[in-house]
Ligand binder design. Structure first.
Ligand code: ATP
Length: 134
């Protein structure tokens, strides 16, 4: 099967580089599946997962926003943060989730509540990806 190169990059550096058969993720506009030969495009991403399929295996990455760009020979994902499933610190994500839930309960300020909501989404996403149920 034809493959396409995928690079996942964050401000801290590259997180993933490989040739894959298919990239799947949820963009703001809906579910995306990209294979070799896909038309060039740019799409904003949400807090969610990127699934990379090659030769019967699926690599999973937790991403926090950013953009996906499809060019003829490469898919680039530029995200604020990105972690491969196997590098996620589950205890840290669980602690972040508990902190965010507490802040949501305590907050009287809309800005604080919004920040806590986003922190909660990042933590739940990391937990789901580390546990591979999404
Ligand atoms: P925390 O409160 O635990 O820092 P956060 O959602 O505020 O969580 P971010 O600001 O999204 O953290 O990320 C800061 C850095 O820490 C990034 O490099 C990110 O990849 C990394 N990171 C955050 N949480 C985890 C985790 N559970 N496992 C591995 N790396 C993580």
């Amino acid at each position: 099967m034809k493959t396409i190169k995928v690079s996942v990059v964050t401000p801290d550096g590259p997180v993933y580089d490989a040739e894959v058969e298919m990239v799947s993720t949820k963009a703001k506009s809906g579910e995306l599946g990209i294979m070799a030969g896909h038309i060039p495009m740019v799409a904003p991403l949400q807090i969610g997962s990127v699934r990379l399929k090659n030769e019967g295996r699926t690599d999973l990455i937790a991403v926090n926003g950013g953009f996906l760009e499809v060019r003829p020979d490469v898919v680039t994902i530029l995200a604020q943060t990105a972690e491969r499933a196997e590098t996620i610190d589950l205890a840290r994500a669980q602690a972040a989730k508990a902190r965010a839930e507490q802040r949501l309960q305590d907050s009287t300020d809309a800005v604080d509540a919004k920040r806590a909501e986003l922190a909660l989404k990042r933590a739940v996403n990391r937990i789901n990806i580390a546990e591979r149920n999404f």
